[in-house]
Write a protein that binds this ligand. Structure first.
Ligand SMILES: *Cc1c(COP(=O)(O)O)cnc(C)c1O
Length: 226
């Protein structure tokens, strides 16, 4: 496991996917998902040029933030319990898992400035996944206007664990279309320019379909003890 090599490989694949789809590499933010690894391994990602880290649990988030906060921006990408919002709100660059009004209310209450949030969408409608259905997203986002410290910067989804490229592509493109629909509303609280989608196994397809933030764990930092 050589994190620097992994980053180089990923950057190369991003460049290819961008070229294929007429996009610019500079428009893609790599979030290194460090939930499987130690602080030391997370730091290797930063040494390799990564400046955004993602964690899906409060404990891991705090552990890495305490050591690395001067060197990276931190994203919260997992299910967030409302009572835990206060534990990360001042440290988080973006929350990728906004999926209910009660959570928006808590974010609004605990922050003293607008917090960048991605609304999580369960595009594939798998029961095991969190997020709103596509149909519910526009009315949900409209309601968020009531919470001035919640700024909807984009939409997020997790694709199903499948190898079928066409199916993956249709999930990602559905999220892009939904994003465009929201963007066109020009709601001040919801610029919604970004798409957080694509993980280790599907980030190239996600980029071809418009991803701006890709969340890569195992292919970038590995899993410790392997
Ligand atoms: C774990 C996780 C990832 C990264 O998963 P890999 O397949 O290891 O790249 C991305 N997004 C979320 C929300 C995750 O929980």
């Amino acid at each position: 496991m050589n994190v620097q090599e992994n980053v180089t490989t990923i950057q190369h694949k991003i460049a290819q996917a961008c070229q294929k789809s007429g996009r610019k590499d500079a428009d893609i933010t790599i979030i290194a998902v460090t939930k499987y690894v130690s602080v030391e391994r997370a730091e290797q990602a930063i040494d390799a040029g990564i400046s955004n880290l993602g964690e899906n649990r409060i404990e891991g988030f705090q552990e890495k933030w305490e050591v690395l906060n001067e060197r990276a921006d931190f994203h919260f990408i997992g299910t967030l319990q409302s009572r835990k919002v206060k534990d990360v709100i001042d440290e988080v660059s973006a929350i990728h898992s906004l999926d209910r009004i009660s959570l928006a209310k808590e974010i609004d209450k605990r922050s003293d400035k607008p917090v960048s949030c991605f609304v999580q969408v369960n595009v594939s409608e798998e029961e095991s996944k969190h997020g709103l259905t596509k149909e519910d997203v526009p009315s949900f986002i409209k309601k968020l206007r009531a919470y001035p410290n919640v700024k909807v910067v984009g939409l997020m989804t997790m694709a199903p664990h499948i190898d079928n490229e066409d199916e993956l592509r249709s999930v990602f493109s559905a999220l892009r279309h939904l994003k465009e629909e929201i963007e066109q509303q020009e709601w001040e609280h919801a610029p919604c320019h970004y798409l957080s989608m694509g993980m280790s196994n599907d980030y190239e397809i996600a980029i071809e379909e418009g991803a701006t933030h890709i969340r890569i764990g195992s292919q970038l930092v590995g899993r410790e003890n392997e």
